[in-house]
Design a protein around this ligand. Structure first.
Ligand code: NAD
Length: 358
């Protein structure tokens, strides 16, 4: 027999063990089945994308949404935003009326009066968000470019990494391998090239691979991406790529990219740390889009507001540098340290808001 619902929800440990609310959305007209997990709204509205995915079981969807909501809180905390974390997952199935499903979600968000603000994630594109926008304003505004703002944050993170490597944040004369030339990776590759770096790149999509070559990137076969020798690996494709074995064989000085959950396990992070390979935690490096989302939802989607958001994204450089320095001083792998720091900051911020109450 599988676990009972209370066990699944109330006896959890680790990421996703603590949460404020879980909403179950079911709309028979559109076929929508979705779970919304609100991890925290104690210091501000909860931000998090909508993932649409064919889960094998409802338990798998619940696990995913709780874990991701908790990581969103940590991401906002490390980005120094007065916001919390949430996530919604849609349990995709052949009978789903996609347009109506996203409208139904928009109506639900409108009833929540801004406590949850949604954005894109795997399976949710701009058209889907347009359907949500028909019903509510609690959604990333049109015109935000998540790929570009995330890439801006990756470039800032890379400067922080290089400062920790040898004190010089410049890209000039260094070599980087960008894995994945999609919405984020292509901007990162261009940004690095513009500042004089040697950029190697790999994408499993033949067209993007070819386009990269024509743009002046040194393309390598995708299967060789993790074993190539260069200064920094920049993962901008899939998560889970860094297993303990891969971490033990890599020929790089540092890793810093946008892909979510790059470490297949905490042990992989320990192996990198033991080998002296700097790992910039993904939840810090890839927070550009949520920072842009936060500013533009709160203050309006104008050029001036976006400039302020990008200034805030630049601060990722200092955050990455501080985490890597503290990791070295305290001999704690950076990913473990980042999670610990995020939880401490969140607890302190909650205490402050609680103290401030009359
Ligand atoms: P994307 O789908 O636009 O691009 C990913 C690219 O990676 C695709 O071109 C794909 O062909 C390529 N790819 C997949 N597997 C590969 C492999 N094994 N080797 C080489 N290339 C491979 O996605 P994106 O929006 O650019 O996001 C990239 C990563 O960053 C994802 O992990 C995503 O979750 C994460 N991320 C993205 C954002 C955002 O705002 N777009 C924000 C935070 C995190």
């Amino acid at each position: 027999m599988g676990p009972s619902v209370p066990q699944m929800l109330f006896d959890r440990e680790g990421a996703g063990c603590d949460f404020e609310e879980i909403h179950i959305l079911q709309d028979r007209t559109s076929g929508l089945k979705a779970i919304l997990a609100i991890h925290s709204t104690r210091i501000g509205p909860a931000f998090g994308g909508i993932r649409r995915f064919r889960y094998d079981t409802e338990e798998e969807a619940l696990d995913d949404v709780l874990r991701l909501a908790c990581w969103m809180s940590r991401k906002c905390s490390l980005a120094d935003l007065p916001a919390g974390g949430a996530k919604m997952v849609i349990l995709d199935h052949p009978g789903l009326d996609r347009n109506e499903a996203y409208r139904a979600i928009g109506r639900h968000l409108e009833r929540m009066a801004g406590r949850y603000v949604c954005g894109p994630d795997v399976g949710t594109d701009e058209d889907d968000l347009d359907r949500v926008r028909e019903e509510t304003r609690a959604v990333n505004p049109k015109g935000n470019d998540a790929g570009r703002s995330t890439a801006h944050g990756v470039l800032a993170g890379l400067r922080g990494v290089l400062r920790s490597l040898d004190g010089d944040p410049g890209f000039d004369g260094r070599s980087f391998l960008v894995q994945g030339l999609g919405a984020v990776g292509r901007h990162v590759a261009t940004g690095l090239m513009d500042e004089g770096a040697t950029v190697l790149a790999a994408d499993i999509d033949e067209e993007l691979h070819q386009a990269g070559k024509e743009a002046g990137l040194v393309t390598v076969p995708p299967e060789a991406a993790l074993t190539v020798s260069c200064d920094v690996l920049v993962p901008c494709a899939m998560g889970g790529i860094l297993t303990p074995q891969v971490a033990g064989d890599m020929q790089v000085k540092a890793i810093c990219g946008s892909a979510n959950n790059q470490l297949a396990s905490e042990e992989a992070g320990d192996v990198l740390h033991g080998r002296g390979i700097l790992y910039a935690p993904d939840i810090v490096v890839n927070s550009g889009a949520v920072i842009e989302g936060f500013y533009t939802v709160r203050e309006g989607a104008t050029d001036a507001v976006r400039r302020r958001a990008y200034d805030h994204i630049d601060e990722i450089e200092g955050t990455v540098h501080r985490i890597l320095e503290r990791s070295r001083e305290e001999d704690i792998p950076p990913a473990r340290l980042a999670a610990q720091m995020a939880d401490e900051r969140l607890a302190a911020a909650i205490e402050k808001t609680t103290d401030a109450r009359p």
